[in-house]
Design a protein around this ligand. Structure first.
Ligand SMILES: [Fe+2]
Ligand SMILES: [Fe+2]
Length: 342
């Protein structure tokens, strides 16, 4: 059970769950995940040296320019034609907004987890593991908010409607836990995939950003592992109609939350005078951006196949309509083709 930060490239050596897992085996896996949380965890105000001079956010630091190989806006000719000063300002605003959406999402997740664990019986192994997860998410919201504060951009994060719906979404944790954990994964996978891509690209990042991402990727491996286990384990217990509905809604939840996280809000476009056509290209009209969108969900397609939630015609149609169909990963965190070539 290792999450290594020393190289800056975290590993995800976590147990995989076979489809016909017994309750004993499931409990064992959750105990292993819980122990991993005890052995390797981070505190936002112990493990990050906020006052180190390298961690200061400066308006003339070119490391805030969006990396062209992993950020779709960073790769766009319009962005590359801007002055360096403006590229930095746009980069800082964009990173701040991603962190803000991330911490709002995690806030909903923590509330939903609390709703869910409140319903669990004595002796449930999920109680301990999920409480570890919520603890870690609290630290993530602190480190993300601290970074947003230091960047200083006036970002609001999620769209207005989503912020208003936060309480209802958290309630899904106890009302419809299966759909809730699909939503958890829908938030975690795009952020994790993007952060891993940035860390793998070996781009020279601002240290404040790379430190926060390294910590996040390391702990998120456990969270994503649990969500995969939960979804796979409970799929056989769904009724026939419920399974059909879930299989159709699964890609919708993935794509919907992905857009909330990945697409900057209208205020971003107005603030920097970004042409609408650029935003459309980047999210997700151009062929390259379509590929990026599909790449985000390789692991999720693998999971949906394992849970037998992608095989029926309606599900297949929905994955296609949401434009996130394609080849499933062969194993978790398999790098997309672009990385395996390099
Ligand atoms: Fe997190
Ligand atoms: Fe998480």
């Amino acid at each position: 059970m290792t999450q290594t930060l020393s190289s800056g490239h975290p590993t995800t050596d976590l147990p995989e769950i076979p489809p016909d897992v017994t309750p004993e085996r499931y409990a064992e896996i959750l105990r292993a995940l819980s122990q991993a949380s005890v052995d390797r965890h981070f505190d936002a105000f112990v493990d990050i040296d906020w006052d180190h001079p390298d961690f200061q956010v400066r308006p003339d630091d070119p490391r805030w320019v969006l990396p062209a190989d992993v950020d779709p806006l960073g790769a766009h000719p319009w962005y590359q034609a801007q002055s360096l000063e403006r590229q930095i300002a746009i980069g800082q605003w964009r990173q701040a907004n991603i962190l803000k959406v991330g911490l709002q999402f995690e806030n909903i997740l923590i509330r939903g987890i609390m709703q869910y664990v409140f319903t669990l019986p004595n002796g449930s192994p999920e109680f301990r593991y999920l409480t570890h997860e919520a603890t870690e998410e609290c630290h993530h919201t602190q480190m993300f908010q601290e970074t947003v504060n230091r960047i200083g951009a006036p970002v609001e994060g999620m769209p207005w409607l989503m912020r208003r719906m936060a309480g209802v979404l958290a309630w899904a944790g106890s009302a419809v836990p299966y759909a809730f954990f699909i939503g958890v994964l829908a938030g975690e996978e795009p952020i994790d995939h993007t952060q891993k891509g940035i860390l793998r690209s070996r781009t020279d990042l601002p240290p404040i950003l790379s430190r926060v991402m390294e910590i996040h990727v390391a702990e998120e491996a456990r969270h994503i592992s649990f969500a995969h286990h939960y979804i796979r384990r409970n799929a056989p217990g769904l009724g026939r109609v419920e399974k059909l509905v879930i299989s159709a809604v699964f890609p919708l939840i993935m794509r919907g939350l992905c857009d909330v996280i990945m697409k900057p809000p209208a205020s971003f476009r107005r603030e920097f005078g970004i042409p609408r056509s650029v935003m459309k290209d980047v999210y997700w009209r151009s062929p390259e951006s379509r590929v990026r969108l599909q790449d985000l969900f390789g692991d999720v397609r693998m999971l949906a196949d394992q849970a037998r939630l992608r095989g029926n015609p309606l599900a297949r149609l929905m994955w296609r309509l949401c434009r996130i169909d394609g080849r499933p990963s062969r194993y978790r965190s398999e790098p997309p083709v672009a990385f395996t070539r390099g």
